[in-house]
Design a protein around this ligand. Structure first.
Ligand code: ZN
Length: 424
């Protein structure tokens, strides 16, 4: 009898132990483990950087899911580790601040730290992100805290700076663009790129710039003299040559083109634009706008704008009317600044390279807008001679819009002839 009792007790105990073991193995006892078993977080798939390290565990009254990359670069790993450790500390603080309340529905805080990657020709964007979410027993809840950090990595997984991501001189260009704000890239904390939007973050400031604006900006010294060369009546067979010549001097110019010429030289115009030059409107058909009705004027402007848009994917913001003619009716129709000039090379009259060169050099001063026509070989030859001397004198070659910007002028609907520095 005794043996039988012992046996029964032993069997009962064994059953109990197995039962408890099975119970725990199924995660039944601990609501955190139960939740993790029934509603696990699924990590992002398709990561292309490094070796993925995953971990998931219960932590105090919450649960944690972590995935991070181990890359080829130690500094990158350290940066990610530092970010992760800050996030873990934030989760601990969250658990301390949000204890399970007596009698309230059970909430299980979950920390997810995961990452995703996006490869481009220039870099791989590694975005680490996290979310702290109190979950109910069905595994649903709304994030209480979240954040993300993007690292732009080069060929060896090293973290790239702005120049590394967007090209040489990007930081210098941005510093010039921000020169009035007191912000510089030297103390920049982080940046992110989404499409054409570049977001720069400092400790207590944030600034948004357009990536294409930055890429197209001239690298110029605002304290050195600058002029805006302008070329009318194109695009034409010399357009590319003018753009190449300017590029040799790290320069840009404004091309006031005729809409009617654009279809024949659409590729050249795109080339000129892609080189960082500005494309303005010289109207559609080179008519004397002073003699047109309002509708006639509007048609000339709208047709040119559409032709330009079709070729380069951007609308012109500046207009130069044929012959510079702009009476009150014309000005009432033009939607923005009308750009005349302060130096007239009369290249169309002389058709002589030496004369063009002399007209530019003899009359130039800081802030001038120089009128030329891109349809004459003599203009190209004259400019090729003049631009070297101008560069030697310290002149920088900027677009009309850049000149306006560096001289602190807000574009208005009126006629501009120059952008001289305020002192003169
Ligand atoms: Zn013209």
């Amino acid at each position: 009898m005794k043996n039988l009792t012992r046996c029964a007790i032993a069997i009962t105990l064994a059953a109990a132990i197995i039962g408890v073991a099975v119970f725990f193995a199924l995660g039944g006892a601990d609501p955190v483990k139960k939740l993790m078993k029934e509603h696990p977080y699924v990590f992002e798939a398709g990561k292309t950087i490094g070796t993925e390290r995953q971990d998931s565990y219960s932590h105090k009254d919450g649960c944690v899911y972590i995935s991070y990359p181990e890359t080829k670069n130690e500094s990158t790993d350290q940066a990610v580790a530092a970010y992760l450790s800050g996030v873990k500390a934030e989760f601990d603080q969250y658990l301390t601040d949000h204890p399970q309340e007596e009698g309230a529905e059970r909430q299980i805080p979950r920390l997810v730290f995961d990452y995703k990657t996006e490869q481009t020709d220039a870099y791989c964007a590694l975005t680490c992100f996290y979310e702290i979410t109190p979950l109910d027993e069905n595994g649903t809840g709304t994030a209480a805290a979240s954040g993300q950090q993007t690292y732009y990595l080069g060929e060896n997984d090293e973290i790239l700076d702005l120049d590394g991501v967007l090209g040489e001189n990007t930081e210098k260009k941005i510093d010039l663009m921000l020169k009035n704000s007191g912000l510089t890239t030297a103390d920049l904390q982080t940046f992110t790129i989404e499409g054409d939007q570049l977001v720069l973050r400092w400790e207590d400031a944030e600034k948004e710039l357009s990536v294409s604006d930055v890429e197209r900006a001239s690298l110029i010294d605002p304290d050195q003299p600058m002029i805006a060369l302008t070329f009318d009546d194109g695009p034409g067979k010399y357009s590319r040559q003018f753009a190449d010549l300017l590029a040799e001097y790290n320069g840009h110019a404004t091309f006031f083109v005729l809409g009617m010429n654009v279809p024949n030289f659409a590729d050249s115009l795109k080339y000129v634009y892609d080189m960082g030059n500005e494309i303005g409107s010289h109207t559609m058909r080179h008519k004397n706008l002073n003699k047109l009705s309002k509708e006639g004027i509007r048609t000339e402007l709208d047709d040119a704008a559409e032709a330009i848009y079709d070729a380069i994917g951007a609308y012109p913001t500046l207009v130069r009317t044929p012959y510079g003619n702009a009476n009150d009716t014309v000005m009432s129709v033009i939607d923005g600044p009308m750009i005349k000039w302060s130096v007239d090379t009369e290249d169309w009259k002389s058709r002589d390279a030496q004369a063009v060169k002399a007209e530019v050099l003899n009359n130039i001063q800081d802030g001038d807008i120089v009128l030329m026509h891109e349809i004459y070989k003599s203009t190209y030859d004259g400019l090729a001679m003049a631009i070297k001397e101008l560069a030697d004198q310290g002149y920088q070659f900027v677009t009309v819009s850049e000149l306006m910007q560096y001289r602190g002028v807000e574009a208005e609907k009126k006629i501009y002839r120059n952008f001289y520095p305020e002192e003169s």
